[in-house]
Design a binder for this molecule. Structure first.
Ligand code: ADP
Length: 427
């Protein structure tokens, strides 16, 4: 088995999003949590590997260093093309990290040209004349204008990228992209001859991304949001197929651990409670008072696991969360809850849970770390952007796990997820 595409993602949920798109386009994908030890590259059995870094907002030098380590590992695994994945809103500042990481990867790969496109039309991200739209508004008019870490106040990606790179930035505009693969190729050749090192590429539809993908077949490095993933797999002859998402058959108890306080998760918890299934509420104030809340949650779960999915949740409405944060401090409250839920997840797995739904981005990070997971094979999609995954536990057993970031998933997500696994098994 050869690794065709090696991907470096600048955050965890972005990595999953990319992996999910690649699976839907027919590739078998493994997502790795951080860069594995050198020398383990030949062990991987997948068409594409996505390494999830946490490099979006760290100092540029750290992002470059981590990305180069990821690159070295992916090359040792045989990757034929490298995909640097960033956010579809191009989250970055004049200091980086998209520009510096792109240039470092180009140098390491010995290539003088690459493309950049955060377009993902299915999620409302389109690029026209180099300008990024979020839904119906320009990037700088969207909520990203006020992002605490990477405020985006310029919608023109040519100038945004030029501010964080040392080499000339150009544009492959929509008229060229609409002209087809050959037109894109000749525009790239022209830009390259003029000394341009990176080109923003317009895309307003999936067809644009498919044409673009074909034109990028021989490029050692591409940089993009997750949208371009729909256009690349066909270059190796991959076609959408359910076989790409096949996971081992699931077994064992079912549980949900939710530390997300987002609106969508509040709806999902409410729906689960309405169904009358067993649920245990984790109260941060009781953790702060020194009670063994994780132990109580596990005792409760143990009594109910045999009857079906059990939910352990700290999910609360924004008002309740603010009240708790007022008493404990936001960071302290978050950490107490994350630590407790990670211990609960660990205890659930010790008690035979092998199908686990986790809600919340930060919560997922804490759970993955507590369980000692290093890689996820990406399976079928439950809701847009949220796949089931299979992971090896440190003792070698398989855990089916899905990591749902806050606002993803429909109201029935917690039960729909298990139903999907069962129907896959029956298929
Ligand atoms: P999301 O993906 O919805 O943002 P995260 O897990 O990333 O979810 O973030 C939620 C944060 O809120 C975590 O740090 C979590 O520990 C914290 N948290 C969860 N429940 C509560 C609660 N009841 N009170 C205060 N903080 C909470």
């Amino acid at each position: 088995m050869t690794v065709r595409l090696g991907c470096i993602a600048d955050d965890f949920t972005g990595a999953t999003d990319l992996a999910n798109n690649l699976v839907r386009a027919g590739m078998r994908v493994v997502q790795l949590i951080d860069v594995p030890p050198a020398g383990s590259g030949h062990d991987v059995d997948a068409d594409a590997v996505v390494i999830a870094l946490k490099s979006r907002t760290v100092p540029a030098a750290e992002a470059v260093d981590a990305s180069l380590r990821a690159l070295a590992w992916l090359r040792s695994a045989g990757a034929e093309q490298i995909y640097f994945k960033y956010c579809s809103t191009f989250d970055s500042t004049p200091a980086g990290n998209i520009g510096p990481v792109t240039e470092a990867l180009m140098d390491a790969l010995g290539t003088d040209f690459t493309v950049a496109t955060p377009a993902f039309p299915d999620n409302g991200r389109t690029v026209f004349k180099g300008h990024l739209f979020v839904g119906d508004v320009l990037l700088a008019a969207s909520g990203m204008r006020n992002h605490p870490l990477t405020p985006m106040t310029d919608s023109n990606l040519v100038s945004v990228l030029a501010a964080q790179t040392t080499r000339p930035v150009g544009l492959v505009d929509h008229a060229v992209v609409a002209g087809g693969t050959e037109a894109i190729r000749s525009r790239i050749a022209e830009l390259r001859a003029n000394g341009v090192a990176t080109a923003i590429v317009d895309a307003v539809s999936n067809d644009d991304l498919v044409r673009m993908g074909a034109a990028l077949q021989d490029m050692p490095l591409v940089t993009a949001g997750s949208g371009l993933a729909i256009g690349l797999p066909a270059n190796w002859g991959f076609r959408p197929s359910p076989a790409a998402a096949r996971l081992p058959n699931p077994a064992g108890h079912r549980a949900v651990v939710s530390g997300s306080v987002s609106e969508a998760t509040n709806g999902q918890v409410e729906e689960f409670l309405k169904s009358g299934r067993p649920a245990f509420s984790v109260d941060p104030l009781r953790i702060a008072a020194g009670e063994d809340v994780a132990g109580q949650a596990l005792a409760f779960a143990e009594a109910h696991l045999a009857d079906g999915p059990v939910l352990v949740y700290s999910t609360e409405t924004p008002d309740s969360v603010r009240a708790v944060q007022g008493r404990l401090g936001a960071a302290e409250a978050g950490e107490l809850v994350e630590r407790t839920l990670a211990r609960v997840a660990q205890g659930l797995v010790e008690r035979g849970v092998r199908r686990l739904v986790v809600a919340g981005g930060e919560t997922s990070g804490a759970v993955v770390q507590a369980l000692g997971l290093t890689g996820l094979r990406i399976g079928p999609q439950i809701d847009p952007g949220v796949p089931w995954c299979a992971a090896a536990l440190p003792d070698g057993e398989t855990l089916h796990i899905t990591l749902k970031s806050g606002n993803f998933g429909g109201p029935g997500f917690f039960t729909d997820a298990f139903a999907l696994l069962e129907s896959e098994e029956a298929a």
